[in-house]
Design a protein around this ligand. Structure first.
Ligand code: PLP
Length: 385
């Protein structure tokens, strides 16, 4: 644990981003107002107008129609609604949903598809994963009802084969659910061009407030709801909308569009400064996912031979750096994630060695150099053990 009062250098923006100051102010202002967008009185009408304005802005950014956007609590909920909503349609037709996915997908997709399979609602097929961290698409998607291919992987930042998925979809394959949660900050998403049926994303990864996400695309028209009990969000997600958070989300998407190029350049520069320092210090290391242009800008999953990822995270935390590993606690023991194990099958040391470093808009060159120095020190310790 970092010591009380010690400044923390936050290098875990893939897990969450701080809310932008201007957005925070706007949310605070709106939170003071009574805003139930379903109420008929004047404050309710104002809330509805703001909600629909936010929806229209979001739709324009994502190149879909406003009716093809469902606001909900998170990307986790978006992916649940997509998977369970389609599976329910198929179930009512007496069919099991045939899903093609991979170990690279976020746990909210992996675990939800596994749950559907365990209840006899889906048959799940896995795409192979390359050592470079890409899911390998099949030649054709005949016999697939739903393809789950994310845009960029959340542990390595590796960009997936979106062009291949667009081709498959255009060739008449099944529906395509594309999770762009990590991707959107780095690259625009125009759903009409992408050809995805459903796109999921989250506000708190793009300097917007936590507690809001969305599912968008023509496929929303085909879903059945998971949460019932009200007409909100086109009958697809009952419950009073958090208008202030949705407003903040729409603002964050706008900012991401406007600031993308500058941010990407900043992150690329931080990455190269950091890797150069590691090299200058003679620290042996491997970047999971390979070359910079195969990954999101500044998104580093690194391994220093001999250094365990989870141990490194704890040691760096003690030195005031917030980073993460690719490991999670499974039945009391730390285990490398399915994504990393799929990339390095049988090589637990490689999979378990990942340290994820994701700088953000406010990260400085000095932060990255300080991290490289601390990693070098940890690397020296394990090499002299
Ligand atoms: N999908 C991806 C690719 C993610 O990286 C995350 C969060 O890390 C999620 C989904 C879940 O997002 P949320 O925190 O909004 O539930």
């Amino acid at each position: 644990m970092a010591k009380e009062g010690q400044p923390v250098i936050f290098l875990d923006h893939a897990s969450t981003t701080p809310v932008d100051a201007m957005i925070r102010e706007e949310i605070a202002r709106l939170m003071a107002l009574p805003m139930n967008a379903s109420s008929v009185h004047v404050p309710g009408q104002k809330a509805r107008a703001l909600l629909e304005e936010s929806r229209a802005e979001t739709a324009a950014i994502l190149a879909v129609s406003p009716g093809e956007i469902v606001f909900l609590s998170s990307a986790t909920e978006a992916n649940n609604l997509a998977l369970r909503g389609i599976a329910e349609v198929w179930r009512r037709q007496g069919r099991r949903l045939r899903v093609l996915t991979s170990d690279l997908e976020h746990s909210c997709i992996r675990e939800t598809t596994a749950d559907l399979a365990s209840r006899g609602l889906a048959d799940v097929f896995a795409m192979p994963v390359t050592p470079g961290g890409r899911a390998q698409l099949p030649e054709t998607s005949d016999g697939v009802d739903l393809l789950c291919l994310m845009a960029a992987q959340n542990e390595t930042g590796v960009l997936q084969d979106l062009a291949g998925a667009t081709r498959l979809r255009r060739a008449g394959g099944g529906l395509w659910l594309c999770d762009v949660t990590q991707f959107f900050g780095a690259a625009p998403v125009r759903i009409a061009d992408l050809g995805a049926d459903l796109v999921s994303m989250s506000s708190h990864k793009v300097y917007g407030p936590p507690g809001v996400g969305l599912l968008a695309g023509p496929g929303v028209m085909r879903l059945l709801p998971m949460i019932t009990g009200g007409p909100q969000e086109g009958d697809l997600r009952a419950g009073t909308q958090p208008v202030a958070l949705i407003r903040g989300f729409a603002m964050a998407l706008r900012q991401a569009e406007d600031r993308r190029e500058a941010r990407n350049q900043h992150l690329r520069n931080l990455e190269s400064v950091f890797l150069r320092r590691l090299a200058d210090l003679g620290v042996a290391h491997e970047v999971n996912g390979g070359a910079a242009d195969a990954r999101l800008p500044g998104f580093l999953s690194l391994r220093i031979p001999g250094l365990d990822g989870a141990d490194a995270v704890v040691a760096l935390d003690g030195r005031g750096f917030a980073v993460s590993s690719g490991a999670a606690c499974a039945t009391g023991v730390m285990e490398a994630s399915p994504a990393l194990r799929a990339m390095f099958p049988g090589d637990e040391a490689r999979a378990g060695g990942a340290v994820r470093i994701t700088p953000g808009a406010a990260t400085t060159v000095a932060d990255m150099l300080a991290l490289a120095d601390s990693l070098a020190e940890l690397g020296r310790r394990v090499s002299t053990k």
